[in-house]
Design a binder for this molecule. Structure first.
Ligand code: SF4
Length: 459
């Protein structure tokens, strides 16, 4: 028993007020040795919460959990407590920013971390607890080596985390369409620069995330599982699932392992980040080597609905999925299959029909009569194909169309370009995007207020 990693689980009925949540945070840390095990007088502590998008829990960590953790560190004598985060790539680049345009009816995209911290009340909670906030995109970085890195050998790393005495990881308990779950290891993505965060979404994302963990392992990982998320997380597509949990541990891999089991994933090794991190020697994933204190996994476990990207073959979302879109995909990696599934939802809005070409070597019928205006190439592989497809591209360009969705991976920039094309053609209206964002915001704001009536967004 002595060598086992310890992970604590504390549960409370919801809704819980700020005092009850602070007690949960304190109890969860007490069960793994108390805050004095991690924080000493005068030290600088950095807390990295998961603030994914401009919505309150379950999309972002509860500001009251963040505030409670800051207070706990200050009470332990911390000299400085910094709450540092970099919001998701989708939030930085693509999500509609409803507050940026003066009349609220002009399409503006992208929200920076500090603005989001203010909106969600995180800034106020942190400052009232004696801490300070930091947006990763506004902070200084230094290039550091990644010891034992397999896909990431050096990385532009925020000095605020590198120089801190104590590093606390504060993820939420959510499913994720690209990584099955987003927990302690996935949460580290947010400390990278915008460019590294962007290209970190390739099909080697799991090893990439594990390599980030090699630069600096968090001293403490505390998980906000008050309102969790299942289904098509980790953003607006996910479904809230109240759990009333706080979990904590010093070993991030062990924490992720326990969290997965709490989410109904009985073999934690099916989560790629957990398995790879254990393989790379960064922590313990084996349930037999982990002691759970407080509540047992069995007592709090719920069967989370996993994202359909993990419950059904990706092919079912791409080939033969839309009756009006012919998909020619071949020699494509997992990233382009996923991106194809994402862009097809919009391409299928072209009523007269369309074609999508993806991969290094898609086969196409010789001499096909292409509708050039509605033939889209997704990803740099497809854009580099020779032979008949090169000729098709040349004809598309000659006719003055631009249906080329660049990138490897063709991520947010490709999705944005497609939206621009469809807006220009009148197939999508800017107003519809704004209204959709407004509806999502209202849904998540109202939902969270049923758990915390004291919360008001700070516009
Ligand atoms: S462009 Fe090619 S290598 Fe890049 S994500 Fe697509 S299929 Fe993979």
């Amino acid at each position: 028993m002595g060598d086992k990693k310890v992970v604590s689980i504390v549960r409370a009925d919801l809704p819980a007020d700020a005092g009850a949540i602070a007690a949960m945070v304190k109890d969860a840390v007490a069960l793994i040795g108390g805050v004095d095990r991690f924080v000493r007088k005068g030290q600088t502590v950095v807390i990295k919460p998961n603030l994914f998008a401009p919505y309150p829990p379950p999309i972002s960590v509860d500001r009251r959990v963040i505030g409670a953790l800051v207070s706990l560190c200050k009470d332990a004598g911390a000299g400085r407590v910094v709450v540092a985060e970099g919001v998701s790539v989708g939030t930085l680049m693509k999500r509609v920013n409803l507050d940026a345009a003066e009349d609220g009816n002009v399409l503006v995209r992208g929200t920076r971390t500090k603005d989001m911290m203010r909106l969600l009340g995180v800034q106020r909670a942190v400052e009232e607890a004696g801490g300070e906030i930091c947006g990763i995109e506004d902070t200084e970085t230094r290039i550091v080596p990644v010891p034992g890195g397999k896909v990431l050998y050096k990385v532009d790393y925020p000095m605020v985390i590198q120089d801190a005495d104590v590093f606390i990881n504060l993820p939420a308990l959510k499913t994720h369409t690209m990584t099955m779950v987003t927990l302690g290891i996935k949460n580290l993505q947010g400390i990278l620069t915008e460019a590294d965060r962007y290209y970190g979404h390739r099909d080697d994302i799991d090893q990439h995330l594990v390599d980030i963990l090699k630069v600096r392992k968090p001293d403490l990982t505390l998980v906000d599982g008050l309102i969790a998320m299942e289904g098509m997380g980790a953003g607006e597509g996910g479904t809230p699932l109240p759990m009333g949990l706080i979990l904590a541990g010093a070993d991030t891999v062990a924490v992720d392992s326990v969290c997965s089991r709490v989410m109904g994933i009985d073999n934690p090794l099916v989560v790629n980040t957990t398995r790879i991190a254990a393989y790379d020697g960064l922590g313990t994933a084996d349930p037999g080597q982990i002691e759970v204190k407080g509540e047992s996994v069995a007592a709090v476990r719920k069967e989370f609905q996993l994202p359909i990207t993990y419950t059904q073959p990706i092919d079912t979302l791409v080939t033969g999925a839309y009756p009006n879109v012919d998909v020619y995909i071949g020699g494509a990696c997992a990233s382009c299959w996923q991106m194809a599934a994402a862009v097809l939802m919009n391409i299928s809005k072209i009523k007269e029909g369309a074609s999508l070409i993806v991969g290094r070597d898609p086969k196409v019928p010789p001499g096909k009569d292409w509708d050039l205006k509605n033939t889209f190439f997704l990803g740099d592989c497809a854009l580099g194909c020779g032979g008949e497809l090169q000729e098709v591209r040349n004809r598309i360009a000659l006719e003055g169309h631009d249906t080329f969705l660049y990138g490897c991976l063709p991520y947010q920039q490709a999705a944005l370009k497609l939206e621009r094309i469809l807006i220009e053609r009148g197939i999508i209206r800017e107003q519809d995007l704004i209204e959709k964002a407004r509806a999502s915001r209202e849904r998540f704001f109202e939902y969270y207020k049923t758990f915390d009536p004291t919360w008001e967004p700070e516009f």
